[in-house]
Ligand binder design. Structure first.
Ligand code: GDP
Ligand code: ZN
Length: 316
């Protein structure tokens, strides 16, 4: 039988057979723990798994912690998002798998979004094949002095191909549209702390109360903690995986020549570059640089790209 992993408590996993939401505990079959993977967690939230029921279970009876189900196989992942503790560390944690849409929450102010940070998250999602919608929260706080920056933000990111939704938890603006966008999907919520992720989740479904436990940094250092990522069900349909923590995710290893592949608007024009591969920095006849000069590619995105090029070089 197949089920989806919605939570890892430390001693066991909680599974449900979607779209039903009837959670039951399961453990890993012993030898699966040994399987080679650099991730600290062999099974991630969002994983589809094969399981068997414990022996002696009566019809209609659910497995419980004394008699948990047994996970026998992890089915191939459609995609997944990994978080590393540092750029140099080998250790990684799979935050979530089989994600239909990542919602990256940002604010123009309170706190001010750092575009290079956002662009790194976007590159990560592109690398892992997860579609993104950007949610611009706290629109109630933006006065006339922010209007230009909000318009510029829309232009930069919609121009790059990402939908941008204006939302205000405080005023309820855009919450219905966001609810609709989440419907029927497994959604990852991410963004810097303070942008309103937990407020948004509560606004989408008042019955939910995320953030019962923060992800401890020490977990990524290999110590044992009992807080993990978790999937929630929205009453209106759809599922949310919250990613608390300051950095969320966003560190990926890429070769210099690879980075531009994950800026969709650059990828599109780069086939017209005179040289292949082209780093889109100093090469003559570079179509990307021409597109930046013509305003087809935003200068902000291009400078994030240059920043990433430089940073990747630092670690080589
Ligand atoms: P998280 O760290 O991303 O989970 O952010 P929180 O949900 O804890 O929100 C951080 C702060 O922003 C809290 O004080 C919220 O009340 C506030 N906040 C969240 N959404 C909005 C909004 O739409 N407008 C305003 N003015 N404040 C908001
Ligand atoms: Zn080029």
């Amino acid at each position: 039988m197949e089920a989806t992993v919605v939570k890892h408590t430390g001693s066991h996993y909680l599974l449900t057979v979607l779209p039903e939401w009837a959670l039951f505990p399961a453990v890993l079959r012993g030898k699966m723990r040994q399987k080679g993977s650099s991730a600290t967690n062999p099974v991630a939230v969002g994983d589809c798994v094969e399981f068997t029921l414990p022996e002696g279970l009566q019809p209609g009876q659910m497995p419980d912690t004394e008699n948990p189900a047994v996970i026998t196989e992890i089915l191939p992942r459609r995609n997944y998002i990994i978080r590393r503790s540092t750029n140099l560390s080998r250790q990684s944690h799979i935050i979530a798998s089989n994600v239909d849409m990542a919602f990256i929450i940002v604010t123009i102010n309170f706190p001010e979004v750092k575009l290079p940070f956002l662009d790194r998250l976007l590159v990560t999602c592109e690398v892992y094949g997860v579609p993104v919608t950007i949610v611009l929260n706290k629109s109630d706080l933006y006065g006339p002095e922010h209007r230009e920056r909000v318009a510029a933000f829309h232009e930069i990111y919609e121009g790059a191909g990402y939908p941008v939704m204006d939302v205000s938890v405080s005023e309820g603006t855009g919450i219905g549209a966001l609810r609709e966008a989440c419907s029927g999907k497994v959604c990852l919520f991410s963004g810097a702390s303070g942008v309103g992720k937990s407020s948004l989740i509560k606004a989408l479904d008042p019955a939910l109360n995320p953030r019962t436990g923060e992800i401890s940094q020490s977990h990524l250092q290999g110590k044992h903690t009992t807080t993990f990522y978790e999937m929630y069900r929205l009453a209106s349909g759809g599922y949310i995986i919250d990613t608390p923590g300051i950095r969320g995710f966003g560190l990926v290893y890429l070769e210099k020549e690879e980075i531009a592949l994950y800026f969709p608007e650059m990828l599109k024009v780069s086939r017209d570059c005179r040289f292949t591969p082209c780093t889109h920095t100093h090469e003559p006849g570079c179509a990307v640089k021409a597109a930046v000069e013509d305003g087809i590619i935003s200068y902000e995105r291009y400078s994030s790209y240059l920043g990433m090029l430089e940073e990747e070089q630092k670690y080589r």
